[in-house]
Design a protein around this ligand. Structure first.
Ligand SMILES: Nc1nc2c(ncn2[C@@H]2O[C@H](COP(=O)(O)OP(=O)(O)OP(=O)(O)O)[C@@H](O)[C@H]2O)c(=O)[nH]1
Ligand SMILES: [Mg+2]
Length: 189
């Protein structure tokens, strides 16, 4: 038996949401941009302090037509990753929009700058550093391309969710090793 923790990634198109999931799940990176066409999830087991947690990691898309589905997907999530591209100011400015759109009370929220392998126009600038602090979320910089901080980030999120407890009854989340994903969570297009 282990426990399932649901994590949802949101943010502008091309910030690297799908790439981060592929890097973490399969240790794979594709330089070619293949836009995600809907909402999907992947599973990944992680062992922390001798206990296995099954992470249910949801990949979302920017387009407005999927907004309601993303909102549905966020209900019941333990953590939300608000992701931007460290080298794309617009994607950082749009975090304000994403946090307002998916403002959930019972989630643990993280601000994540991806593409740290590139020149960093956001978090090296004093003005933006202040904005990052004002979000009052843990800030983590990662790179799907070279894998920097990716596993550590997911582990940090799990520990944080467990520490905060968030009113989650983990006993009720216990699942059997070979249990099928919940079918009603599935959106394919
Ligand atoms: N240099 C660099 N490029 C990256 C990194 N992560 C992703 N990319 C590239 O950025 C582009 C977009 O990545 P995706 O993972 O498809 O972005 P996405 O956020 O899932 O985009 P949508 O599916 O449209 O929402 C691709 O060409 C990736 O190869 C990174 O850490 N560093
Ligand atoms: Mg994608």
């Amino acid at each position: 038996m282990n426990s399932r923790i649901k994590i949802v990634l949101v943010g502008d198109s091309r910030v690297g949401k799908s790439s981060v999931i592929s890097r973490y799940k399969d240790n794979y990176f594709n330089e070619t941009f293949i836009p995600t066409l809907g909402i999907d999830y992947r599973y990944k087991d992680v062992n922390i302090d001798g206990k296995t947690y099954q992470l249910e990691i949801w990949d979302t898309v920017e387009q407005e037509k999927f907004r309601d589905m993303t909102l549905n997907c966020i209900r019941g999530a333990h953590a939300i990753i608000y992701m931007f591209d460290c080298n794309n100011l617009t994607s950082f400015q749009n975090i304000n929009f994403w946090t307002k759109t998916f403002n959930e009370e019972n989630t643990d929220n993280f601000l994540v700058g991806n593409k740290s392998d590139l020149q960093n126009v956001v978090s090296t600038d004093e003005i933006y550093k202040n904005i990052i602090n004002s979000y009052n979320m843990d800030y983590i910089e990662i790179s799907a391309l070279n894998g920097s901080n990716v596993s550590d980030m997911f582990e940090h999120i799990v520990r944080s969710v467990l520490n905060k407890n968030l009113g989650i009854n983990f006993e009720s989340l216990e699942i059997k090793e070979d249990q099928e994903p919940p079918k009603n969570y599935c959106f394919f297009f």
